[in-house]
Design a protein around this ligand. Structure first.
Ligand SMILES: Nc1nc2c(ncn2[C@@H]2O[C@H](COP(=O)(O)OP(=O)(O)OP(=O)(O)O)[C@@H](O)[C@H]2O)c(=O)[nH]1
Ligand SMILES: [Mg+2]
Length: 427
């Protein structure tokens, strides 16, 4: 009880959206905005929408609507106004002047969530970079405003001061971004070394991707608990947007001696700020190097088709659009589907939350990532000891016999290795 009293009350926000008929499901976008506000630890006090043919260039909403927003903000005690779209710097400024409250847009909100959640040094650096990059073009807008103010008052010295100050700020931010990028490169190098090690091991890499809150972490956890090398190394799964910000890699083996690495990643969202995708590029690189993607879809969400489109677009941006995929329609328990799991071509309908379909999915992944493997028998002379040790490490050894003329190895290995050591194959 005491603790609750000490806790700071969340900031109350009023959500504002303009429907210009471009959004296939405008209402859903507003619902998502409310979830984003909650994830950013704010309390939604009210919501107001407007239908317009075009957004107002200066104020985003219509001039008449501004009065209504101000009145509603007062009525519901809002301390900030949150807009569904990205606002231009001058719109933020004008709205701020009119409404006398902080103006936040969707991108701000996403950046705030990421800032709250970032745990590792890498994530923190990535968020700071994205924030500064977001600010930089907006400084130019502020610069315009100050210049105009200087011009209106007729004082050229004012203009000069404003210009100088902003130029200084711009340089400072530029400098900090460069510093951050260097630090990120350093951190990224460690990640790269780890990834290279995994690649060299020839153990296939599989990445979970998809819209935020679809159930990616839940799938990772259920697989890790049942088939993980370290079953208690689970990650956070939660009914909240952007629960996962860090990439986690776990090794999975169902007992068929066909292990694979499974990676959980940050979820995607409609209108995910481009700068954020860019800043998180090194974390998301894991996706680019995967042999197979498991695209997780919340099948119970009526907007799942649109969310799949967002996923496809984001994967393309990450240069991962051509990687083979298994599509998992998760949360099928909420869709009155029976029986579960169900397989249709390469698609799985399952319920990870209820632990339904996890083994089947893991086995389907195995089959796919080991499709390029085959069994064969090598006879490796003792003079080629390096080849024998390579195979022992990289292939699944089914039997081994030390003979006079060399080691007879019956192995299940990758076709590339078969080609490479063709001269030693005896059957
Ligand atoms: N009903 C139902 N709920 C599920 C199922 N799978 C996951 N959930 C719930 O969906 C919510 C989101 O799951 P997560 O695994 O955290 O989703 P995520 O894709 O990792 O989300 P982000 O990390 O935010 O991108 C959690 O509350 C889960 O318990 C399922 O099969 N059925
Ligand atoms: Mg997650």
């Amino acid at each position: 009880m005491r603790e609750e009293q000490i806790q700071e009350a969340p900031v109350k926000v009023l959500l504002v959206g303009v429907d210009v008929g471009e959004e296939p499901d405008f209402e859903r976008s507003m619902e998502e905005l409310a979830s984003l506000a909650e994830a950013a630890e704010k309390e939604v006090a009210g919501q107001i929408v407007q239908r317009l043919d075009h957004v107002n260039k200066a104020l985003y909403i219509g001039t008449g609507k501004v009065t209504e927003v101000r009145r509603l903000a007062e009525e519901c005690g809002a301390q900030e106004i949150v807009f569904d779209n990205s606002l231009t710097p001058s719109q933020v400024r004008n709205l701020g002047n009119e409404l006398e409250l902080p103006i936040i847009d969707r991108t701000n909100l996403i950046l705030d969530i990421f800032a709250i959640r970032a745990q590792t040094r890498e994530a923190k650096l990535q968020v700071e970079t994205a924030r500064l990059q977001y600010m930089l073009p907006r400084l130019v807008g502020m610069y315009d405003a100050l210049s105009r103010q200087g011009g209106a008052s007729g004082s050229m010295s004012n203009k000069g001061t404003g210009e100088k100050k902003l130029e200084l700020d711009r340089r400072k931010i530029d400098h900090r971004i460069t510093e951050l990028k260097k630090e990120l490169e350093d951190v990224g190098r460690t990640r790269e070394v780890q990834r290279k090690k995994r690649q060299q091991s020839r153990i296939p890499q599989v990445a979970l991707v998809g819209y935020t809150n679809a159930g990616k972490s839940t799938i990772l956890n259920r697989m890790v608990e049942q088939f993980g090398e370290l079953p208690d190394k689970t990650v956070m799964e939660k009914d909240m947007l952007f629960a996962t910000l860090e990439t986690s890699v776990r090794s999975v083996d169902t007992g068929h001696n066909k292990p694979f690495f499974l990676t959980d990643t940050v979820g995607f969202i409609n209108k995910l700020p481009h700068g954020l995708v860019k800043a998180f590029r090194s974390t998301l690189e894991e996706v680019k190097y995967a042999d197979l993607l498991i695209q997780v879809v919340d099948f119970s969400d009526e907007n799942c088709r649109q969310q799949m489109q967002v996923t496809a677009d984001t994967l393309k941006e990450l240069e991962a659009g051509d990687i083979p995929q298994i599509i998992v329609y998760n949360k099928a328990d909420k869709c009155e589907m029976e029986p579960l799991p169900q397989k249709r071509q390469d698609n799985w309908y399952l319920a990870a939350g209820l632990n339904i379909g996890i083994r089947e999915l893991a086995e389907a992944v195995e089959q796919k990532v080991y499709a390029d493997n085959a069994e064969c028998v090598f006879l490796i002379p003792y003079s080629a000891g390096n080849v024998a040790s390579y195979l022992m490490e990289q292939a699944q050894i089914l039997s081994r016999e030390y003979r006079e003329d060399g080691i007879l190895i019956h192995a299940d290995c990758h076709r590339q290795d078969m080609d490479r050591y063709r001269e030693y194959i005896v059957s």
